[in-house]
Design a protein around this ligand. Sequence first.
Ligand code: UD1
Length: 430
Amino acid sequence: MDRIQITGGKQLNGIIPISGAKNAALPLLIASLLTDDRLTLKNVPNLADVNLLVRILRNHGVDLAVDGKRTGPIQHLGETFHLTARDVVDTTAPYEMVSRMRASFWVLGPLIARMGIAKVSLPGGCAIGTRPVDLHLMGLKALGAEIEIEGGYVIAKAPKGLRGAHIVFPKVSVGATHNVLLAAALARGETVIENAAREPEIGDVADCLVKMGARIDGIGTSVLRIQGRERLEGAVHTVLPDRIETGTFAFAVAATGGDVLLEGAKATHLKTALDVLVETGARVEETPRGIRVARTDGGIAPVSVETQPFPGFPTDLQAQLMALVTRAGGTSVIRETIFENRFMHVQELARLGADIHLHGDTATIKGVKTLTGAPVMATDLRASVSLVIAGLMAEGMTTINRVYHLDRGFEQLEQKLTRCGALVERIASG
Ligand code: UD1
């Protein structure tokens, strides 16, 4: 397994191009199942999760052609995918594949909506909490799907097709909103989703569905009104920039000091996180080319933050923020309200000398003067990248093992950092 070696202490200066958002690319790829026409997606990031989903979609019969091969010294421009699901030949998504990536469970809605039948493995346990799928099933049942669980699989049937319904989610769920939104686009009549997730990636998928012929009101709000269509058409859509990648690099610059332009990033997608960054002492400037982040003086100020669904502070940036404030001049408090077990980075950060005390869903981080490099273990996607940030701040060398977690969600991470002056090297497994 590959490792990443970081020699800390270098500032970051330069330009980092922001890739297409993983969390939008995945549901957009899945949207290809809704039509027998071609769906063209531009700016698709080259990530392990995208490649895995492509394998799952191919299994269902989706045909993929890729063009727009990247150019230039840093291959960030994203690829253009042409997807055609003319014949859905298989409506089963097997355990071996779904268990490796939770978002692949979202094929369930589109498969029932288009084919009237689907058998999709339950996603199984996940390192960051129990992550049930009850809300997905509740929404799809409301649309008329008959659902049984058998042998670890969700077996869903809607022989007469899905019909619109009024769904009120008791809790905000990104995945359940995607699943129901995708299905509702092919359901008869109007579907209303109340308490829908408002993450920009949901808006991106809704925009694409509108191009495919669905009528959707309330995009960007917590009430989505979808007029389903009997048939959706093909479309051309560009994946929006990755706000989590943006936030990650922004926090890295605040951690190391320096001055970096995050090219193509949109400040409106991560306003709360940028406000927190400013509170820690960084300068943030919105420019026509992207977001510029700088920290030139020495200090990192402590903060008190709790994660919330969008537009709140994203859980996907919690670990990165924690890495940053390990060296704050004071005590920070971070409360995780979305996932109950998303603190695996804490003990790894402690290996570098961080002083973190965990109590239930709350971490109290006493800033230390220095972190010191050490071997650490990547545990999940966002936790892993927090270790990269900590490694960039630490004195000496940090080796991060099990970096396949990073490859799931960060495109060209080492290259992007190295071009800004970081000393980061990937050691391929022998
Ligand atoms: C998505 C994101 C992930 C992010 C998360 C929260 C993708 C591919 N993944 O994950 O990066 O961290 O949103 O912003 O976009 N829940 C239930 N029942 C359900 C579904 C969810 O109780 O049926 C709970 C979960 O356990 C969790 C909370 O709701 O506590 C939020 O989960 P959800 O928004 O669904 O996360 P994902 O869609 O899995």
